[in-house]
Design a protein. Sequence first.
Lengths: 144, 144
Amino acid sequence: MSAQSLTVGKLAQVTGVHVETIRYYQRRGLLRIPSRPMKGIRRYDDSDVRRLAFIRHAQQLGFSLDEVAQLMRLDDGTHCDEARELATGKLADVRQKIEGLRQIEAVLNRLVTRCESEGGHLCCPLIDALYVLSGQAPTRPPNA
Amino acid sequence: MSAQSLTVGKLAQVTGVHVETIRYYQRRGLLRIPSRPMKGIRRYDDSDVRRLAFIRHAQQLGFSLDEVAQLMRLDDGTHCDEARELATGKLADVRQKIEGLRQIEAVLNRLVTRCESEGGHLCCPLIDALYVLSGQAPTRPPNA
DNA sequence: GTTGACTCCGTAGTCGGGTACGGACTTAAG
DNA sequence: CTTAAGTCCGTACCCGACTACGGAGTCAAC
């Protein structure tokens, strides 16, 4: 059931990507804009379905749309090195994020545990700690 | 050298938080707005310095500004349980993010490794894989 | 008493990845 | 032939956390 000659609506349906999002990707240059035959409706095919899958997969691995565009431009079999470099960089980013989150996890876990044991009668050790906290956790916590 | 009677500029200087950001926090209700004596200039003190530190620390642990506001409202010693609940929830979030990133790391690592060994002559295994990738990685990859 | 730095305040813009709206058009079904 | 659904297109809006701008007022030094 591979797809040939789909309308945007159908393309959206089979890929699970909203019509507006498809148009957004086209504006961003991630997806071709098929010509419209005599002012008619644009038609999409299997290659568009595949491209949308590519975009989704790359996004799931943490690539931004700009990076996805870069990757697509490298898709001619002769730029394997560059693609690998991009992925290697992303892998480093991911590992760094994991490390940052682990530090956060440790601090948060310590605070919660302390709070549970010391309990809150007249003060909450957790909230008190937030005023003071030394620079253990990364300076760039959320996202980045 | 604790601070008393600072101007916004000085407060910004000692806390490292930009003046505009301080005003933004005030608009969001995270920081008090001292009254201005006879149309003069607003004065800040040590408690404001401490509050800004609180905000920064909580942010570093991944709390949004709305959550920081919540935490601050709980700072009277009698709401330790609620605060702990917030932190416990955040801890769960962080762990989930770590798990997601670990899956991403694994996939990315596999792709890069495969790409290195198979090398790119006429095709790049990495890019080819992005078209196909089965749903291994989390559906919500970046941030979230 | 003037100059220049700083403050106050409202409003608007930034980034990334979309989502929503609305009018004009085309197309398929009845 | 009409009507309803779907398409096309531009534009504006959303989130969160800021950042920038610009005019008016204030304050301290010289």
